[in-house]
Write a protein of this length. Structure first.
Length: 279
């Protein structure tokens, strides 16, 4: 993605004045803008969740429980309920099945309220598990040389990336994708102290430390990557007072195709399913 952006702008004489992280920042902004538009089409499309174990408290402060940054709590479901009970659901574009709760009462009559960042359970439920669904945006991009010690199921992030920056938090990159030497893999675990990311499936060719480059890419489906790149190119052209009409047309076409795809997926959503497992 970064190379595509560079190919489009490096022939401009003004380019040399940009800071080292300029293109990475533009890609981050472009991805965020695209996510804004996707969320307007389907508020559940960037949904993730954490499981909250009840301990008898009346109030749970959500930011202390969610392992990643979040914007909006989308819904709360009681996963201790019978999975064979048909429930109304909504399906995201990436096929995660979400249990839609239309009332402030669980199927087992657990009353709850969401007030600001606090989840309140007036009955002080002492046991059970609530699944809290929330919006989680993709993290910022980076790339750099592979660190020492990768094996067939891991990649070691650089201590200091060539571009971008690492977030010093365990599990922060779970769900993101990495690109190494023509291979794309999804991250299932991340340990900040060692910079080791566990990936799936295993590498066909294990990365070579200090020789290969690891790049964080968008977890959005590949058809949206072109749109992210084009948006970043357009933003750079505007900064350099260049004509952006050509790239603007491409972005407009990409947006229309994306809306068509999302519209078709939503029309095909089942009204009921008998299992609410995430996968």
């Amino acid at each position: 993605m970064l190379q595509n952006v560079r190919f489009a702008v490096t022939d401009n004489i003004d380019y040399s004045s940009f800071t080292a992280n300029y293109e990475i920042n533009k890609l981050d902004e472009a991805q965020d803008d695209l996510c804004d538009e996707l969320l307007l089409s389907n508020p559940y499309i960037l949904a993730s969740y954490f499981d909250l174990t009840l301990n008898g408290s009346m109030r749970y402060y959500i930011p202390d429980s969610i392992p990643f940054e979040f914007e909006t709590i989308l819904m709360i479901t009681d996963i201790d309920d019978d999975e064979n009970t048909p429930t109304k659901t909504i399906v995201t574009a990436w096929h995660d099945r979400l249990n839609v709760i239309d009332e402030t009462m669980m199927t087992e009559n657990i009353a709850w309220n969401l007030i600001g960042n606090n989840l309140e359970l007036p009955n002080h439920e002492s046991s059970g598990t609530l699944r809290v669904w929330y919006t989680r945006r993709p993290t910022g991009f980076f790339y750099g040389a592979v660190g020492t010690g990768p094996i067939s199921t891991t990649v070691v992030f650089p201590t200091t990336p060539t571009m971008g920056e690492l977030i010093p938090q365990d599990d922060y990159y779970i769900g993101m994708k990495v690109y190494v030497n023509g291979q794309i893999r999804r991250i299932t675990d991340y340990v900040n102290s060692t910079k080791v990311a566990t990936i799936t499936p295993a590498w066909t060719t294990t990365p070579v430390a200090t020789t290969d480059t690891v790049e964080l890419i968008s977890p959005l489906p590949a058809q949206y990557h072109k749109s992210i790149v084009n948006r970043a190119i357009q933003s750079i052209k505007l900064d350099m007072d260049d004509d952006d009409s050509g790239i603007a047309r491409k972005i407009f076409q990409d947006e229309n195709r994306a809306k068509t795809r999302l519209g078709k997926r939503q029309r095909q959503m089942p009204e009921t399913v008998r299992h609410i497992d995430r996968f």
